[in-house]
Each structure stands twice: as C-alpha cells, then as structure tokens.
Design a protein around this ligand. Structure first.
Ligand SMILES: Nc1ncnc2c1ncn2[C@@H]1O[C@H](COP(=O)(O)OP(=O)(O)OP(=O)(O)O)[C@@H](O)[C@H]1O
Ligand SMILES: [Mg+2]
Length: 434
C-alpha cells in the first residue's frame, strides 16, 4: 500500500520555462554544462506549453523526444505482458528499442512510464523528471533516455533495470534473501547518488528517498530513480520552508513533517530509514505489526547503539551471515542519520566514506565457519576485494539455491509418491493394500 502524502502539486501545473531562458541559445551537452547553467525548476512559470517544448528540446539535447506511436510500438501497445509495475505516477512497461527506431540510439531494453492522467501526480512530476534527469548524469542515478509530450500524454523512457526496485528485492517472500555485502553495496551506491545531488553547485534535494525508488541492475548496482518530488534546495546552513509537505510516510524527516523545513539533511534522514530497512529487513511502516513496532525508526532507534541488542533487530533472513563489527558500525551510522537534530546528521559525503570503510569488515560467517577475506595489498582497491567476495557469495548462493531446489524437487517427488499412494488407496483400497 502506498503511504504517500501528496498534498498539492495538482494545483501547481507549470506550463513552461520562464522566457528569460532564450530558446535560441546554443545547444550545450548536459555533462558539459556547469551547475549555474543548469535549468532549474524554479525557472518555471506560467506561459504557453509550446515554448516549454521548444525550450526543453534546446536545453536537454541528450534526451530523445519520442512519439506516442513509437512508444506504443516498442511496448506492444502497452500490453499486459510488458507491464512492470505501477506507482503514483502511473503504469510502467518494458519496451525494446531496436537499431532501426532512431539513428544514434543503440538497441536496448527500456522502461516506459506513462503518466496516469487521473492519478495523484501530474505534469509537475513529469517536468521535474525531465529537467533533473535530463541534466544530471551519474552512475548511481537512473538514466533518462527520453520523453514523450503529445497532446495530453506525458511519458518517460528510462534505461531498463533488470532487478526492479530494492523494495521488491528486499521484501520479497520467496527466494534467497539479499546477502549482507549486497546490502552494503546498494547502500554505498545510493549514498553516492545522493551525495552527487547534494554537491551540485545548486544542491538538489531529492525528497523521496525510499526502497521503491532505488532500482537495481543485474549486478545489483543501485540507482536512484523518480525525481518527481526533487527540488533545487539551499545549502546545508539555510533551509527552504515548503508550503506543503510531500513525501512518503515513514521516510520523511521529523523537522520537515512538523515545520516544512527542507534541507539536504532531510534526505540524510530518509537514507537512514533505508539503511535501517536493509539491516532489519523490515518496512519503514508496517501496520500489521504490534503497536510499538509499527514505526521502524521508533522501534529500532533505541536498540541501534546497544551491541548486545543489535543482533536481535538484524534481519533474521540473513541467518547471522554478516560481519558483527560491520553491522555494529552500520547501525551506528543509521543512528546518526536518524538524529532528530538535522545538524547532528552526517553529510552524504561522510556517509559514503563510512560505508566504504564498512566494506573492510568481511569476517562473515558462512554456514558454520567464518570466512575472512585474505588481506590485500594496500594499494589494491577495496572495491576489487568486495567484488571478489561478492562474486564468491553469489556463486555460493547460486550453489545453495541449486541444492535447495534439488532438495525441493526430491521432496515434491516424495510427496507426490505419497499422495499417489494415498489416492490409489482411496480409489481402490483393497487392491492397493494387497
Ligand atoms: N527503469 C526501470 N526499470 C525496470 N523497472 C522499473 C523501472 N522503473 C520502474 N520500474 C518498475 O515499475 C514499478 C513502479 O515504479 P514507480 O517508480 O512508478 O512507482 P513506485 O516507486 O513503486 O511508487 P511511487 O509512486 O511511490 O514512487 C517499480 O516498482 C519497478 O518495479
Ligand atoms: Mg518510484
């Protein structure tokens, strides 16, 4: 269930970019644009949508402008079999772009998000995605390939992320759980994405950091998606006072909820919530739990600093397969991020550093013994050690998944044999008993 508190965008329907941005200026590639040149949402005011369109295509030259017909073609007319999921913006479909669709656009799978015209989100979210993701390119931000703006239709075309959202991967009921090092890799990747946004000359406050907005590729590289609520923010010292509070219940910083004050440190709080979800395997809000456990932050925060209690809140699906010291430090980091006082929270740059140092703790019990990664030359990047350890763990997971599959098949066969025997007995008891 979505727990969003979208309050007001429907009545702020920007139709274009302020005319002071000349539509005839020379085309600049986004990656070469300095932040001060970055087109921001605050450049938006009311004027006609034709100007918006021409300005967008002049400013965001790295984006492809697709026709509705092209997007229908690549998604098999938005067929059910291409459906990937649906959020507040609207449904998302898988599509495949082949070499012939556009010169210069390589063949690839894509995800096409279609704005639901009756939904809770609107043109503001669509425009925020186009403006932010059209200009900000980073390995840990999902790549926006293009958009469609035709009549009332608003669509977005992204790179396809094979493993879908972290929400689906972390909370899925079946299959092996995400291993400890994969969780750290995801946390470190998204922390880098947020740090990049916060360190822009004109910092970007992301405002909707949560597991469903983190997408994973095949190798579990994590990318931040969904810039619908992002906003150009002030630095750490100043604050924005927002007239309306938007975001998702369970993730928003307390000062933002109570006063509307929004800073980059509000994102740090939300990051702390996601880190806590990665540690505990619990959702930020779970109404099915007993009263004192419904809010993950309220329940877990007092336990995070006590090493004796930490084991009790760690995700039981990890079956103890994590570094105790690594978990202790990750919990201390989450505790700092979740401080009620924004100024006591670390910056995302410091979070990235802390998470990298955590990856050194590789004393992870596997089954009944502790695997310690051999010490590497100091010069050798830690990342390589993690990759090796990660590969090893993936292979082990695969092997244990295969073993458990074989075991399951054997059990099913035994069970079928048993059922067969029982039903034969029921159908012809005398014959079978003989
Ligand atoms: N680029 C992508 N590649 C693969 N799957 C995607 C991609 N973008 C979205 N999806 C899938 O579509 C689903 C819906 O995504 P969407 O971002 O619209 O909604 P949400 O994040 O679940 O909800 P919310 O409205 O709260 O953001 C996701 O859970 C994900 O599985
Ligand atoms: Mg989303």
């Amino acid at each position: 269930m979505k727990l969003k508190r979208y309050l007001s965008w429907k009545n702020i329907l920007p139709n274009c970019i302020k005319p002071q941005v000349p539509s005839s200026r020379p085309k600049v590639h986004p990656s070469k644009r300095s932040s001060s040149q970055r087109l921001s949402l605050s450049d938006i005011s009311n004027c006609d949508s034709q100007l918006l369109l021409s300005d967008l295509s002049n400013s965001l030259v790295s984006l492809h402008v697709f026709t509705l017909k092209e997007l229908q073609l690549i998604t098999h007319k938005f067929s059910r079999s291409n459906f990937l999921g649906e959020g507040g913006f609207g449904p998302v479909y898988k599509g495949f772009i082949d070499d012939n669709l556009r010169p210069g656009l390589k063949a690839q799978s894509v995800a096409v998000k279609v704005l639901n015209l009756d939904g809770t989100q609107g043109q503001r979210e669509w425009l925020a995605e186009v403006i932010f993701l059209g200009q900000l390119k980073h390995p840990h931000l999902v790549n926006l390939i293009g958009y469609c703006y035709e009549d009332e239709h608003r669509l977005l075309v992204y790179e396809y992320m094979e493993r879908g959202s972290l929400e689906n991967q972390l909370f899925k009921r079946y299959g092996p759980p995400l291993p400890w090092l994969t969780r750290l890799k995801i946390a470190a990747g998204t922390a880098k994405g947020l740090a990049f946004l916060h360190e822009e000359e004109k910092p970007v406050i992301y405002r909707d950091f949560k597991t469903s907005n983190i997408l994973l590729d095949l190798a579990y590289n994590a990318k931040v998606s969904d810039f619908g609520l992002a906003t150009d923010g002030p630095g750490e010292e100043e604050t924005h006072v927002m007239t309306s509070v938007m975001g998702t219940e369970g993730y928003a910083a307390p000062e933002y909820l109570s006063t509307g004050h929004l800073t980059t440190l509000s994102d740090v709080f939300s990051f702390g919530v996601v880190l806590l979800e990665l540690l505990t395997g619990r959702r930020s809000v779970d109404k099915s739990r007993p009263a004192r456990e419904k809010s993950l932050v309220e329940w877990a925060r007092p336990l995070l600093k006590d090493p004796h209690k930490l084991h009790g809140i760690m995700d039981p699906r990890l079956e103890g397969q994590y570094s105790t010291e690594g978990a202790r430090r990750a919990a201390a980091l989450a505790y700092q991020c979740l401080s009620n006082h924004p100024k006591s929270r670390p910056t995302m740059r410091n979070v990235v550093k802390a998470l990298h140092s955590l990856l050194d703790f590789t004393d992870i019990p596997i089954g009944s013994f502790v695997y310690v990664v051999p010490t590497h030359d100091k010069e050798e990047p830690i990342a390589q050690a993690i990759e090796e350890r990660y590969e090893k763990q993936c292979n082990e997971d695969k092997q244990s998944a295969e073993e458990s599959l074989i075991e399951t098949v054997v059990q099913i066969r035994e069970c079928n044999a048993e059922i067969g025997k029982e039903s034969r007995e029921k159908l012809c008891p005398v014959k079978c008993k003989n």
